[in-house]
Design a protein around this ligand. Structure first.
Ligand SMILES: [Zn+2]
Length: 233
């Protein structure tokens, strides 16, 4: 069917095949998504994470509280989404930056959509003084460690996938571990096994993926005994 256009074309939009179907399939316009005009309920579900950095980074622990809102509760569209974040500490050194950071993060949370990019943004912040070690994990900065906490939370509420090694990676880790132990036994002295107190060998290098000092060279391949990341697995 031909349509004669006798007026000036002032705008256009591309018709998407699934647009009409979507409208039909979801008559429930009452599915609530996260958006900034959503009113804050009186009660939110909170999780508080304690972040204890080494003394020279911050003498006092930080407490990171993330409050979640539950949307469409009790329906099949039930969603738990972060709504606001607060950071408390006795340490006032970083106070103004922390307040600015948490306000901006809360605003991003309330905008809705995919907020998981925040984790990557925070992880990519490097402290010009060189970062630090916390429980066997290298932290490029305090901000990056805050990113870790946010990531942990988003995994908990199902917005991000867990970075636990999968079945394949677990097998690889076990295999590499066994190989390494064998090799160590053959090279006689296993006296200083526990010297670093860690679960990874002293010779392990920093894994670029999980930032644990757990990557070992075996059969010409770097393999991480913590997260299973391997260049040839
Ligand atoms: Zn790793």
């Amino acid at each position: 069917m031909a349509i004669k256009i006798d007026k000036k074309i002032v705008s256009y939009s591309v018709h998407k095949a699934d647009q009409a179907e979507n409208k039909a399939a979801a008559p429930a316009a009452d599915i609530i998504q996260m958006h900034e005009t959503l009113e804050r309920p009186d009660v939110l579900i909170g999780s508080t994470y304690k972040l204890k950095t080494p003394e020279h980074v911050s003498a006092h622990a930080m407490y990171i509280t993330i409050n979640d809102i539950v949307l469409n509760e009790g329906t099949e569209h039930e969603l738990r989404r972060p709504f606001e974040v607060f950071i408390n500490s006795k340490n006032m050194d970083h106070f103004q930056w922390i307040v600015a950071l948490t306000r901006i993060m809360s605003a991003v949370f309330r905008k809705g959509g995919d907020v998981t990019f925040l984790v990557e943004e925070l992880h990519s912040v490097f402290d010009p003084r060189g970062g630090y070690w916390n429980k066997g994990q290298f932290m490029p900065s305090l901000i990056s460690e805050i990113g870790d906490v946010i990531e942990k939370h988003l995994i908990k509420i199902g917005m991000l996938k867990s970075n636990e090694p999968d079945e394949h990676q677990k097998k690889l880790i076990e295999m590499k571990r066994a190989e390494l132990e064998n090799a160590q036994r053959q090279s006689e002295d296993s006296a200083d096994e526990e010297s670093s107190g860690g679960q990874f060998p002293d010779t392990a290098e920093l894994c670029t993926k999980c930032h644990h000092k757990a990557a070992i060279m075996m059969d010409g391949c770097m393999t991480c005994l913590n997260c299973g990341d391997s260049k040839c697995g």
